[in-house]
Design a protein around this ligand. Sequence first.
Ligand SMILES: [Zn+2]
Length: 305
Amino acid sequence: MHRTLIQPVIRYGYVPFMLLGVNGAAVALAASGASKLWLVGLLLAAIGCSFAAERALPYEQEWNSPAGDGGRDVAHAGVNELLLLVSVGIIPLLAATVTVADLWPHSWPFVLQVLAAILIADLGITLTHYASHKVGVLWRFHAVHHSIKRFYGFNGLMKHPLHQTLEMSAGVAPLILIGLPLDVASALAVTVAVQLLLQHSNADYRIGALKYVLALNEGHRFHHLKWAGIGDVNFGLFTLTWDHLLGTFSYDPTRRFTSDQLGMAAKPNYPTAYLAQLAEPFRASGSCHTTGAPTDDEVLSAARD
Ligand SMILES: [Zn+2]
């Protein structure tokens, strides 16, 4: 299809395709009790769509090209998604041992059960993310995710595995306590990965006024601004509900983002290799620095951009 024809399709169709199409397929597969391998295949297809959309309609052309980070990001994504798969696999064991009371609404339509799980998980994951910007020891691990210098879908899967485990545990623990079924957990795992791909996407898609409600890329770019304090906004994973309540919602329609505004001003020399990033939180240099606030020139420059 000609580029001028496909671009509007991606601009307005990419998010509905991923949120309703891919997530809908995950819900249908999980509800039917199909092999979990189908969900893995669906996730790989979603990653392929993420890259394709970014190439057809990039927000920033430069962010489509690896900057020495391609192999590392594949390693992060591979390890973290494998970990997610294992975590889902042990849910029946956890459910059998730690479920306090089976309060789960098993009689609800399956899609509503998944939506309920998303909304509850959104609270735990968002609050853990918020705490990770405020508590030094948590920031050490979350800093890996904030070391990015370009903003593209795969960044969403680029996290320290211990930090991902902590966030997911906080999101899923309340669900397991009330009897989260395995099939709902499987669908939830896919929706989390899809959300991370969308939230960090370099595709220049539009969602209209929904950007004030759903935690997608237009808002999440503000979260990756490199200056201490400035990026402490829009923590939500699925929705911005908690940001509106915490007073951390931020959006400026005129703002334009470039690579030199991303990352961590206080840690310009953060390690870039995979194993070095895994080790960094345990090193003295991985501690929280107090420097990194924007200079007056940078604030003025950012205001002009
Ligand atoms: Zn963050």
